[in-house]
Each structure stands twice: as C-alpha cells, then as structure tokens.
Design a binder for this molecule. Structure first.
Ligand code: GLC
Ligand code: GLC
Length: 647
C-alpha cells in the first residue's frame, strides 16, 4: 500500500469534517487555524504511518484517527496565546536547548519547598544558581502511602491537593518562563496508579476499561510472558504481575503493584494519553520527561523492553506535539544498555536524553581511578544526532545502575558481571578502603544483581570523611564531587543538578522510620531540603559554602564559554590511565579539559598536549593560571583544568 497517498487521502477526507466541527473557532481565529492546518499537513504523514502500523488492523481504525484529529484541534484551540508565541519561537530556534546558558535542576515539590507556592518562593534561588530548566518530580494526585514518590499517578489533570492546584501550576510555569526557566514535568505514560479513574472502572468490572491494562484471569499468560522478562523491582514483588483477589485478576505491574502498565495495543489508550499529554503542554510544560520509555510495548517471547513499537509510540506522541504544541520537547528516560539508550534520541523521537552511561562511568572511574572504560565508552558512544542533546547528571532521585556495555568492558579485559559486583561492594562501603557510603537497591539473590542508592556527597566520600576521617579526606571528597560536576558542566549537553547536591547533602537514614518508604532504599537520597543548611552556602568556612562557592564558580564559567554549549566534543586518549580528557570546540574557541581521577598528583608531558595539535600557550580557566607546553603540566589530586588555547 502507498501509505503516503493513503495518508493524504485520509487527511483530505477528514479535514472538511474537522472544519465543520471547529467552524466557530475558525471564524474567530482564522489565522491560528491556518497555522494549525499547516502543521497538521506537515506532520500528519509521520503520524499516520505509525498509527497505521500499530492499529491499522483494528476494524475501527479510521474512527480513532478522526477522534485523534479532534483532540489535536481542540487542544490547539485551547492553547494560550503566550504558548502559541513560544511555539513559533521554538520552531524558529529548535536548537535553543544546546546553549551553554542551559543548566538544569531537579527536585520533589514537597521535599524541596513544601508545595507549589514554596517552589515559587524559591525562584530567586534558582536564578542565583543559574537554572534555566527545572524538573519538578510528579506532583499529581496519587495514592496515599506508597506511591513511588508520585510516579503512581491517579490523575494527570489534578495536582496533589497537598501541593497545590492546576491553576498554581500553570501560574508557576508562566513565572518561571518569565525568568528564563523552562518547566519540566514527567509524562508517566507507561502506567497509571491503581486508583486512576480508568483503573477504578476496570476494577469495577467494566471490560472497556479492563482493556486499558493487561489483565488476566489465571497464570497462563503471565507465566508465558515471564519466561523472557527481566524483574525490575524484585524486592517489591517477583515477576511482572500482581494478583488482585478483589477482581480475581493478574495485572501487569512492571514496577510497584499499584502501578498498572497501560495497554498501548489498544488505540483508545493512545488517544486518551495523547490528550493527557496535550493537557500538560497547555499547562505550560516545556519539556516532558518520558518516564520508563523502555517498557511501553509488550510482545510475547521478548523481554518487552525497547521494542520497535515503543519507539513508534514515542514518535507518534512527538508528531502530536509538533502539530498541537510545538514548543514541547521530550526527554528520554531509558536506563538501559547504551546501544538501546541512543535509539530513543532523534529529533523525531526524544530531542534530549538522560546520559546514564556517563553517570555510571563517572562513579566507576572514581572507584577504580582508571579512566580507560570511560574514555573508550565515550569515544564510541558520546556522539549523538547534532540536533539533540544529552542531559548529563551525576545523581538523580533514582538508584545508580551499572549500565555500561559488557562488550565495551570486555575489550578492555574487564568482566562485566564481576565488575558490577565490585562496584556494588565499593559503593556500599564493603570493599576495603572504599570511601563510599551507599545502600544496595533491589538486590536480586537469584541473579546477583543490585543497584546503588545514596547522595552524591555520601557516595563521593564526604559522609565517611566527616565522621571518621581527617580534613584531608574531607577535601578529597569535595574535590571528587567537583570533578564529576566539572565533567557534566563542560562535556556537551545540558548539565542537570539533583538539588541538594550543590550544598553537599548527605544520606538521610530516617526514611526507615516511615512505613511508606522503608521498603525502598532510594529514599536515603531523597531527604527534605534543609534550608538552614542552604543558608550557610555563602559562608566558605562551612561545608556547604566550601562546595557551593566552588560549584557556582564552575557554573559561571560554563556560561561564559560558548564552546561548552552545543558543539563538537572530541574525547582524547592520554597516556596516563588516571586522566580523562576532551576538547570542546566552537568555531575558533577551543577548550581542552583534563581531569585527574586519582588522589595522586599526575604529571603530563607538555609534548603530549602539543602532539594533540592544540597549541602551545593556554590559560586554565578554572585557576586563571597560564600554561605553556614548554613545561610539564602538574595536576593535583582530583584536579581538573579547562585549558583555553591562548591565541
Ligand atoms: C522511573 C522513575 C522511577 C520510578 C519508575 C516507575 O524510572 O524515575 O523513580 O520508580 O520510573 O515510574
Ligand atoms: C527505570 C529504570 C531502572 C531504574 C528504575 C527506577 O525502570 O529503567 O533502571 O532502576 O526505573 O529505579
């Protein structure tokens, strides 16, 4: 079938019906309608092809297409003039997020500031830090008690009443935008909570809503699926299904039992979620973090992760955004094998993506003091589509999974399985001499797998140093924190700070006293923000001040160095296995970053730097010191330099 022709025919047939339906709006806003039609015509074929592939077999396929067009038009009609202006701006400047001005921050509304009003009051702080991107973790209505930190969503249209209202949320989005800060929210679209209206109807026995989820009467299908599935939260429930005796059914629950996976093989689910997405876009959200993208599509006999249809679904949602809310971009949360992570990154899929590989390898390198795996992996894998960007981070609200590629590791003689064991021992502090204080997360006795929880400061050695060691170890821990932050600030992409890390927040073990949290060790790195601690950030005699002042300075530098924005990154191989190095270049501006990942000083022969053809005379932007390749370059323990070619 000639899908291009079919897509055109479909649109030709449906557009007049749409025009009749929206006649009133069109007569009042003829220009806006023209803009919409132009976008619809530009992007409809992409959308049609995918939907035809996914749902073309359904006898009522065209009904769902027509319905979706109605959704697209009505959310466009409801979109504010202000956001429509932003749409046009972003279409003219699709690379806006590549700028070296970009800096992200992420927090929980309740833990950071109590509620949305509290977040609003923190805008001056966000400005001080330099944020241009603020990710507020799920703030929607969710079950009481265990709710996976809000990732079990009961309504995408109602803010959790304890945090505020929808009105406050869209006001906040506007205020933030006025200050140059884009609001980022999650689109938790793989699952809803078991208290979502759809789930409630399914639980009441409505077959239409039961088909929104994967529900089975007995173990036949679950057993068949589970033969090839990975267990995601094995400490919470084995396998991927949970039995609900009240309805006598097994429900697909990849994550927690109260997070029910949506059934995207049902076109109604796609259409309903498209509406939820556009609703969020119209509330002023500029970036949607697509949660748990890997799990969207299920197919018997596969691991049900990263299937081609999962990509198609995201692309379809993306086309919808291009048509009805073009300012919106997507960020991928795929914490999977690096080969799979990059497949979500494309201008037509997710424009930006977490970089879990860099994150995991920064921690790996701190543990081993060996940069070879980091260097090799980044040489192979850092480069992505030039219209896209990494979101580089050192910590987030989740655990650290050791998602490096075993194939890459094997090339360097490292056995992936054994090495992950070592890393888990190291970061839980069991390995002799380890500086880290982390906790295991989701240990799976069957496979030997585990992941790591803990704050940046505690994992980098600050907790141990403060309580058990000397000033020197405290300083080394601070340097580790700065070192890994220096990389995310300069290597290319949007740096994302897990708020609290900038003032050296330590692990908080009090989550163990809360029955809703005790079973999930990630709460150790999700404490309430301590504003007394924040107050000390300008006092350099305090721990907070020591870190904050140095980090702030790096952030300022990032914003002065154009080459730290969207530009080429070349990862170098230096002779010393303790050094990690890269060149950032934008037109004539070139900066050579060299990081010492060891607590021993390192000496680099000036010749080695010259051999990379970078010039003779530099200035280190971090220390302000000049450097010439006539001399050797000395790096202190954990020191990093940003050498700018002095021409
Ligand atoms: C994402 C979130 C994580 C949550 C999971 C299920 O990975 O980051 O916190 O547990 O999705 O929604
Ligand atoms: C996502 C990630 C997984 C992570 C989990 C939350 O599923 O893929 O690696 O651990 O969310 O913790």
């Amino acid at each position: 079938m000639d899908l291009s022709r079919e897509s055109k025919r479909t649109l030709d047939r449906l557009e007049p019906r749409l025009e009749t339906r929206f006649a009133d709006y069109i007569s009042k806003h003829p220009e806006e309608w023209q803009v919409f039609e132009a976008r619809l015509n530009r992007h409809f074929e992409d959308l049609f092809r995918i939907l035809h592939h996914l749902y073309g077999e359904h006898y009522d396929f065209f009904y769902h297409i027509e319905e979706l067009l109605g959704v697209l038009a009505s959310y466009w009609a409801q979109r504010s003039v202000e956001l429509k202006t932003l749409d046009a701006e972003r279409e003219n400047n699709p690379d806006w997020f590549q700028s070296n001005q970009m800096l992200g921050g992420v927090c929980y509304v309740d833990l950071f500031a109590g509620n949305l009003k509290g977040v609003q009051e923190k805008i001056p702080y966000f400005k001080e830090l330099g944020l241009t991107y603020l990710h507020l973790m799920p703030l929607f209505r969710c079950p009481e008690g265990e709710n996976d930190g809000g990732y079990a969503i009961s309504s995408y249209r109602e803010v959790n009443p304890a945090l505020g209202s929808m009105q406050e949320l869209s006001n906040l989005a506007r205020l933030l935008r006025g200050q140059g800060i884009s609001l980022v929210l999650d689109f938790v679209f793989n699952h809803t909570s078991n208290e979502h209206e759809w789930a409630l109807k399914a639980r009441a026995g409505d077959p239409d809503y039961q088909s929104f989820y994967y529900m089975f009467d007995d173990r036949l299908m679950p057993d068949a699926y589970e033969r090839t599935l990975r267990e995601i939260f094995p400490e919470e429930h084995p396998g991927a299904f949970t039995y609900f005796p009240e309805i006598g059914k097994w429900v697909w629950t990849t994550f927690h039992s109260n997070q029910w996976d949506l059934n995207y093989s049902n076109p109604v689910v796609f259409n309903r979620m498209a509406e939820e997405m556009l609703f969020l876009a119209n509330a002023g959200v500029e970036v949607l973090r697509l949660d748990a993208v890997a799990f969207l599509w299920k197919q018997m006999g596969t691991n049900c992760e990263n299937l081609p249809e999962a990509h198609m679904l995201i692309q379809a949602f993306n086309s919808i955004a291009r048509i009805s809310a073009p300012a919106l971009i997507f960020k991928s949360e795929a914490i999977v094998h690096p080969d799979e992570v990059v497949r979500y990154i494309h201008p037509k899929e997710c424009q930006i993506s977490y970089n879990p590989l860099l994150m995991a390898l920064l921690w790996n390198t701190l543990a081993t003091r060996q940069t070879d795996l980091l260097t090799f992996s980044m040489q192979e894998r850092f480069k992505i589509h030039p219209r896209c960007a990494w979101v580089n981070y050192v910590r987030c609200h989740d655990d650290i999974g050791w998602t490096f590629s075993d194939e890459d590791a094997a090339q360097l003689g490292i056995n992936g399985f054994d090495h992950r064991r070592f890393l888990n021992e190291f970061y839980t502090g069991k390995f002799p001499g380890s500086f880290a204080r982390g906790l295991p997360f989701q240990e799976n006795p069957r496979t030997g797998d585990a992941r790591i929880s803990g704050t940046c400061a505690s994992l980098a050695g600050l907790e141990k140093a403060i309580y058990q060691e000397t000033e020197r170890e405290v300083e080394l821990a601070l340097r580790r924190i700065l070192l890994i932050h220096s990389v995310i600030l300069s290597i290319g992409g949007i740096p994302l700070i897990y708020l609290g890390d900038e003032i050296a927040t330590l692990n908080d073990y009090r989550y163990r006293e809360d029955p809703a949290k005790v079973r999930d060790s990630r709460w150790v790195h999700r404490p309430f923000a301590d504003w007394e601690k924040y107050k000390r950030r300008h006092d350099e005699t305090t721990m907070e001040g020591k870190l904050y002042s140095r980090l702030r300075r790096l952030i300022q530098l990032r914003k002065e160095i154009m080459a730290f924005g969207g530009a080429q990154t070349e990862i170098l191989t230096l002779r010393s296995k303790h050094l990690f190095s890269y060149v950032r270049q934008l037109q004539n501006e070139r900066v050579l970053a060299i990081c010492n990942f060891s607590e021993q000083p390192q000496i680099i022969d000036g010749n080695e730097i010259r051999l990379h053809g970078l010039g003779y005379h530099f200035v280190d932007l971090v220390s302000g010191q000049p450097y010439s390749t006539i001399n050797d370059l000395m790096l202190e323990p954990y020191q990093f330099v940003w050498l700018k070619v002095d021409s």
